[in-house]
Design a protein around this ligand. Sequence first.
Ligand code: SF4
Length: 491
Amino acid sequence: MTEKCGVVGVSLDGRDAARPLYYALYALQHRGQESAGIVTHDGFQQHSHVEMGLVGDAFGEGDLDELTGAAGIGHVRYPTAGSVDSSCAQPFSVSFKSGSLGLSHNGNLVNADEIRDELAAAGHAFTSDGDTEVIAHDLARNLLEEDLVRAVKHTMGRIHGSYSLTITHDDTVLGVRDPQGNRPLCIGELEDGYILASESAAIDTLDGELVRDVRPGELVVLQEDGEGFDSYQLVENENTAHCFFEHVYFARPDSVIDDTLVYEARRNLGRKLWEESGVETDVVMPVPDSGRAFASGYADAAGETTADGEARDADDDDGVEFAEGLMKNRYVGRTFIMPTQDERERAVRLKLNPIKSTIEGKTVTVIDDSIVRGTTSTQLVQLLKDCGAEAVHVRIGAPAIVAPCYMGIDMATREELIAADKSVGEIRDEIAADSLAYLSTDAVADVLGKERIDLCLGCVTGEYPYDIEGEETDRDVSRPDVGGQQLPADD
Ligand code: SF4
């Protein structure tokens, strides 16, 4: 599974934004490795540099020098919607009669085709098949007749799906989060300005202070003198649909989302996992790195209570031992980019090497954050048994993934997902584990301090918070009627 994108926007008092944007993109590199880009505006002219590749490869010294201006946005991308080439790399930038626009988008619109068709019929020429260009054209059209705030509101009334956006309109930087707040976006204060970023780790990198998350349905406009920001709650929604997988998997553990450190949330999910399905074994070990925080919380909880929920004796040395039994080779590509099943299987063996002395003759619980196709888990269980494990129990710090994601996560098709049509028992048999358990969706909501209805659980329930063709919804939600240019009634 991969996150599709990371976005950032910066407005400073007189200092060029390019370098802070560049460092912030480094901090967001885990959210996209296929392309990186920056758009700045110097008050007269827009500048853009977008390249395929990692942040470090995409920019040279000279490129940053040419990106002048105190206002700018940046983007890292892993392409899932639109073509896998530079035409879809971002930020998307364009100059219209209504001024210059730059757009960075994290998320995925589910009605982009309808809007593109309508705009194309009205004479708009598109250069890519991505949904970000659709937002840019729609906004540009509205800006011909409306001020910035009304134009953004108008576009928000037409687009449906998941979006966290950073935008430059000439030298004004804005941030917008969709009315259900599916993907994260936060505001930070810097020494001489303000920043909008997908994750607070980008703010930390610039020695800034996290101010707060951008609210679902909110437009934030950074002031051009770097003195502050203006907030406009453009759409109110009864419920949110935060992607719970941000906490489980995508976000950096050192980021803070919804006032909670992601690392702490993962540890607490691990604790819940022990409460729900703990099994007494000699050793608990994480699948590095993704399972580490879960395993640490799980092992802590196992040190306090037995698997039956009884308080554990302080001098009971039969408790569960936390150990690193698997070493990761960091230089092997991710398993999901291997095109064939055979290559994927080989990659798992290259990627993880077991420490025999930690495993031999012991019962082992191995903890990870997800099972997607099942390939890694099958190989892993075999690896541990080959090393002499007497029993291998698998525990997963999230519910089983049964359906694809339409909101910007590259996850695999329904046919590829092992849990789409198999029960937990069948998956346990397929991966040849002695036992297998996932965390419940109620436990996830409980740990994140949310009602279930305020989370997106689409990939683990098959019911989505957006109106997606051919799929069930978990709430009363429908696509806006895109035809025409009428403003919403309350305008
Ligand atoms: S479907 Fe899953 S991965 Fe996609 S947004 Fe919802 S919770 Fe996140």
